[in-house]
Design a protein. Structure first.
Length: 322
């Protein structure tokens, strides 16, 4: 992650009147492609159907991204979190906390691969550990763990609940020493970051020679995306997503910034039946149908029914520091 005051990278194109956002949002700005630096993109989905931000595709490298860019959620955490207290049972947090618990088995699949690569364990950094659920589980397997969390209430909770070492803030961060980690995890975070290329370079500085970087994010060359297009779940329901990677663009970004991909998995997710039905309702774009389905879910307690489904619409890449 890159702090808003950090050095500008390829994705931090200065705003000019000639490139002002056509969407009319006062805080929107025009950005270049964060992968190749080109300023040459086709309109893929206008804001009217995206629906949060206009999405374009670079003509040179095919990276999909929000442009002009409006809200970037990871820039808000430090300011908003000063006086907040995280409560996993509060209406604001409960659903996402439960989602983290439900999807812990998915993360454990990645942990098994990491454990095989490092049978003697070592030092591991998770960027964006949320409440620390997965990081605590990693520690129980013998790893020395650290978390980097921009959301201050989450960091405080993880320290108090699990006794974890959590560094507040984003990358670059002076509290994290260079070449200190054997493994760095970035799970469903890169799509939120305003300058992912710069962040990957920052991660490379933190990883020892031969260390491993694991990145997981939605996959936008999947069959599901080709069918659903703008109705795809993360486009319809995730306003904080500003980058949309295919396997090609994610691999290219990693390999242009100090890593060599050696393993790619097309993964699914564990979710509740209630969450699955909610996503189905989302695809229909009918609030009436979605509300009807949710009433059925609550009546039948479908939030208690868990299952794993793999549409191969997410990608998990393992890359070696080179």
């Amino acid at each position: 992650m890159q702090a808003s005051s950090g050095t500008k990278g390829l994705g931090e194109d200065p705003v000019s009147p000639a490139k002002s956002a056509p969407l009319g949002a006062p805080d929107s700005k025009h950005v270049r492609c964060n992968l190749c630096g080109a300023d040459d993109a086709d309109l893929l989905f206008p804001k009217e159907i995206a629906p949060f931000q206009q999405i374009v595709r670079c003509r040179q490298c095919e990276l999909m991204y929000a442009n002009p860019r409006g809200h970037v959620d990871c820039d808000d955490f430090a300011e908003q979190g000063l006086n907040k207290v995280y409560d996993p049972e509060s209406p604001d947090y409960r659903q996402y906390y439960q989602k983290q618990l439900t999807q812990l088995p998915d993360n454990l699949r990645a942990l098994r691969v990491i454990n095989e690569l490092f049978p003697q364990r070592g030092k591991l950094l998770e960027i964006g550990p949320f409440a620390g659920i997965f990081l605590d589980r990693i520690r129980s397997d013998g790893w020395t763990v650290t978390g980097l969390e921009p959301d201050l209430p989450m960091g405080r909770y993880a320290r108090a609940k699990y006794g974890l070492e959590i560094v507040d803030g984003v990358l670059p961060n002076p509290a994290l020493p260079a070449a200190a980690f054997d493994v760095v995890l970035l799970l469903h975070v890169i799509e939120h970051i305003p300058d992912p290329s710069s962040t990957i370079r920052d991660v490379r500085n933190l990883v020892r020679e031969g260390g491993v970087f694991v990145v997981e994010t939605p996959r936008f060359n999947s069959l599901l995306f080709k069918i659903l297009q703008h109705r795809e779940r993360s486009i319809q329901n995730c306003p904080g997503h500003i980058y949309f990677f295919t396997e090609h663009t994610l691999r290219a970004m990693l390999e242009r910034n100090g890593f060599k991909v050696f393993k790619t998995e097309r993964v699914g997710r564990t979710l509740t039946l209630e969450r699955f039905i909610w996503n189905v309702g989302l695809v229909t774009r009918s609030s009436r149908l979605r509300d009807f389905l949710m009433r059925i879910c609550r009546t039948m307690h479908l939030d208690k029914v868990h299952f794993h489904i793999n549409f191969r619409d997410m990608q998990r890449m393992y890359a070696r520091a080179v």
